[in-house]
Design a protein around this ligand. Structure first.
Ligand code: 5GP
Length: 189
């Protein structure tokens, strides 16, 4: 039986990565899709081939031309793309796979693969999102300001998703994510 595709989005700083890391360890048979990006690795946070494949813009463009991406988008001034091969091989071997991608990418994936389950995570408030973004200290002030500006636009797409979570308490957001996947697995069984 083929695996199921999950798409997870939310504004920068909302805690997508932390929710996913915690949820995936408790969901056997769920893989994380490692995307390609042209942004620079964050020292101490990013690991080549684990968080992303870090490639040059020329290499990214070559892969676009070679139709290697299921979707790609310009997010906060850098290119990000999901490798078609990563998704297809997971689904064909019967694994579920989750894409952590932005709202533009999510829309493209849902158009191509309407059976994908889309999940959006919101912050408890805009003030809290700004506090978290500033607190993580992984971006410059200009990069933070850009992410705050983009957050409003991203939040306006929440109701296009199949499921919406709020990351107020991390454990609750993680269990909400796990419950959504479990319900879909039970539906399929
Ligand atoms: P970050 O650079 O902070 O890891 O990610 C920035 C944004 O790019 C996040 O909203 C993340 O979900 C999104 N993103 C990461 N990988 C992909 C991808 O492959 N495709 C698209 N469309 N967005 C992505």
């Amino acid at each position: 039986m083929k695996g199921k595709l999950y798409v997870f989005s939310g504004p920068a700083g909302v805690g997508k990565g932390t929710i996913l890391k915690n949820a995936i360890t408790k969901l056997p048979g769920m893989k994380f899709s490692v995307s390609c990006t042209t942004r620079a690795p964050r020292p101490g946070i990013d690991r080549e081939g684990e968080t992303y494949y870090f490639i040059s813009e020329d290499e990214f463009r070559r892969r676009i031309d070679a139709a290697e991406f299921l979707e790609y988008a310009d997010v906060h001034g850098h290119l990000y793309g999901t490798l078609r091969q990563t998704v297809e091989s997971a689904l064909n071997e019967g694994s579920d796979i989750v894409l952590e991608i932005d709202v533009q990418g999510a829309k493209l994936v849902k158009e191509k693969m309407p059976e994908a389950v889309t999940i959006f995570v919101k912050p408890p408030s805009m003030e809290e999102l700004i506090r978290r973004l500033k607190g993580r200290g992984s971006e410059s002030a200009a990069e933070q300001a850009l992410r705050i500006r983009n957050a409003e636009e991203e939040l306006s797409h929440a109701d296009e998703y199949d499921h919406v979570l709020v990351n107020d308490v991390l454990d609750r957001a993680v269990s909400d994510f796990i419950n959504i996947v479990t319900e879909h697995r039970e539906e399929k069984a």
